[in-house]
Write a protein that binds this ligand. Sequence first.
Ligand code: ZN
Length: 313
Amino acid sequence: MAKYVFGVDIGGTTVKIGLFTAEGTMVDKWEITTRTDEGGKYILGDIAASIEDKLAEKQIDKSEVKGIGMGVPGPVKADGTVLRCVNLGWGIFNAADELSKIIGLPVKVGNDANMAALGEMWQGGGKGFSNIVMVTLGTGVGGGIVLDGKIVKGTHGAAGEIGHMSVVYDETATCNCGKKGCLEQVASATGIVKEAKKFLAADDTPSTLRNIDGFTAKDVFDEAKKGDDISLKTVNRLGEYLGIALGHIACVIDPDVFIIGGGVSKAGDFLIDTIEKYYVEKTYHQCRKTPIKLATLGNSAGIYGAAKLVISE
Ligand code: ZN
């Protein structure tokens, strides 16, 4: 009887690995370096070796392991084929089959943002719900949608690309994706700094941000909490656009809960309250009470979700 599962989250610099019981308790968690040289050809071998070491250390037999779930930073097809992971140097190949061949255990692969959403639904901010939308506010804006407990992947693997919803109609700058006006351009950590700089350049309004060299998104939130006008304007702007985006999403899929994660979410209830203020105005009346909650698993969400992927399928 399989008692354990592994959850793996491959990032551009580190691979996070977790050992879980089938009930969802984390037994151990560790990291190895992601070797991206030579087209990332060592990555899967390194993961297999690290998992073999852990099995030996914990005296767990492979017959007790249900399988390995793995999140990768890029689009993934249902059969485990990764389409292109630029950060890892990977081209197109079946990562699930490849790792399974090396280690002799079943392997499932998914996109990392989707894994984080699944993890938060299983053991995080969305625990107890089966329809959740997660938005990750980091360097970019990512997203993941879980409906009836299953990840929505979409025809092109692009479901949940919430960061690239067009919401800012008067945006003149171009997003990393090539469009103009994406949510990511105002609601990512980079976007927040850029927006604050625009407000600062517009006139001579006094602002404590002017005294902080190379200020970050965190500084903008900290100063907003102290009442700085420009910082408050910036936070309100991202709250408004997030409110619009979540309002649209609610009209389409009416989820149980929205989960907000990523580095920017460390701003806490102040961020949630600002989003909610606009969300309530922008969505359909029946969705106005849908809770918007903070993610709780931090950067472990991906390994929880990857483990869950093995358990539920
Ligand atoms: Zn975009």
